[in-house]
Design a protein around this ligand. Structure first.
Ligand SMILES: Nc1ncnc2c1ncn2[C@@H]1O[C@H](COP(=O)(O)OP(=O)(O)O)[C@@H](O)[C@H]1O
Ligand SMILES: [Mg+2]
Length: 380
């Protein structure tokens, strides 16, 4: 089985919006520049980023964002460079001070924290993994990983024991005494990950942590994040500009453009129903059968349909029901335990695949027509 193809289907369901969110962001704004206060609540607040910059000299880096992140969830924020992702993730711990709006961590207002409470929060509850690793070059791996514990006053024996445990967990046992500069990029980021995990935070914040890594190493690291998140039950906010990374990791994905939220949803919501051309551009090349699930395709059975077909769990991806249907004329039953949720027949799968093909076919036809038009024009 191809793990990358089935990864989205294997993700455990996320505790829905019913439970208390770990992080709540409400109407968050960050405006860089001297007259930042003169934008929100004025007519300027509705203008696009370039116009605001022309009129006021300010940059709207984050615009009126609201979302919740649930415990145990990997919440991905994606967008082109400059869309405000780093600013957003830094506003969560007030490494950048928001201009307006609220951030709640387990219901507690981060904006109201005193400097001391904020330090505590950063040392115990939220840890960050950076793109360029941010390791201390003169310290060996062990002391890099133990750094957060040292800062918060843990004794040497305790912090070393914990650091060794984390080094083992990220697969770097044996490298405790090596300086980071001697390690490959992927290994350095494992150190970064171990360092973040060492303080046992509730929330991990990742700002494009794997962008600097080679594709194969990157894939290993993505699997590592999924494994650790499952084993340790952390909540994560993961920033990336890479769609395949977002689809692989994200329980939900928020897409940003020019500081604003364009669409938020599961991988299949984005791929199956992109909100606008910006999102469509991102998801255009995705193989829909790897992302769309039977839950997405299913329908109520028709009265004349046989109900003795193969069963599949709701999160099974379309690619994996094709072999089931090739052996059965009855539709696949989508079941949750004993409960029948709906059915997916051959024609439903073909339609899901055909939409893929027809997109391509339409484009090929349009390109061909353009070509004809171009060659036809001189003759006319
Ligand atoms: N310290 C700053 N001062 C002024 N403008 C900034 C600052 N940091 C970021 N910006 C601007 O805010 C916008 C969002 O930047 P950023 O959050 O870094 O985006 P991303 O991480 O998505 O690439 C960009 O237009 C960027 O130039
Ligand atoms: Mg960034």
């Amino acid at each position: 089985m191809n793990p990358s193809a089935t990864a989205p289907a294997e993700r455990p369901p996320v505790g829905g919006p019913g439970g208390d969110p770990r992080i709540s962001v409400r109407n968050l704004w960050k405006i860089f520049g001297r007259n930042a206060g003169s934008v929100i609540g004025t007519e300027n607040e509705h203008l696009d980023r370039d116009t605001v910059r022309e009129r006021t000299g300010c940059t709207v880096a984050v615009r009126d964002l609201s979302f919740d992140v649930h415990p145990g969830e990997i919440f991905v924020v994606m967008g082109l460079s400059g869309s405000g992702k780093s600013t957003l993730v830094r506003c969560l711990t007030r490494l950048i001070e928001p201009t307006a709006g609220r951030v709640l961590l387990d219901g507690e207002d981060v904006g109201a924290c005193t400097p001391r409470q904020l330090r505590e929060l950063r040392r115990h509850r939220m840890a960050m993994v950076f793109q360029h690793f941010g390791l201390l070059p003169h310290r060996r791996v062990l002391d890099n990983v133990a750094y957060g514990l040292e800062v918060r006053g843990a004794g040497r024996a305790e912090r070393h024991a914990r650091a060794r445990e984390m080094i083992e967990m990220v697969g770097l046992a044996g490298y405790e005494d090596v300086r980071p500069g001697r390690l490959s990029g992927g290994m350095q980021q494992r150190v970064g990950l171990a360092r973040a995990l060492a303080v046992d935070p509730d929330v991990l914040l990742f700002d494009e942590p794997f962008s600097a890594l080679d594709p194969l190493i990157r894939r290993d690291m993505q699997r590592e994040v999924l494994r650790l998140q499952r084993e340790l039950d952390k909540t994560a906010v993961f920033i990336t500009h890479d769609l395949s990374e977002a689809l692989k990791l994200g329980d939900r994905i928020a897409i940003m453009r020019d500081g604003a939220l364009v669409q938020m949803g599961t991988a299949e919501e984005l791929v199956g129903r992109p909100a606008d051309d910006y999102v469509r551009d991102f998801v255009e090349d995705v193989n829909r059968t790897d992302v769309l699930t039977v839950r997405w395709l299913m329908r109520p059975p028709r009265p004349d349909e046989p109900l003795d077909g193969p069963a599949a769990a709701p999160r099974t991806v379309v690619r994996d029901v094709v072999p089931l249907l090739s052996n059965s004329t009855a539709p696949v039953r989508v079941v949750d335990g004993d409960r029948l949720l709906g059915v997916v027949g051959r024609e439903d799968v073909l339609r899901a695949i055909a939409e893929d093909l027809s997109d391509g076919a339409t484009k090929a036809a349009a390109d061909a027509a353009d070509g004809r038009a171009a060659t036809a024009a001189p003759e006319a």
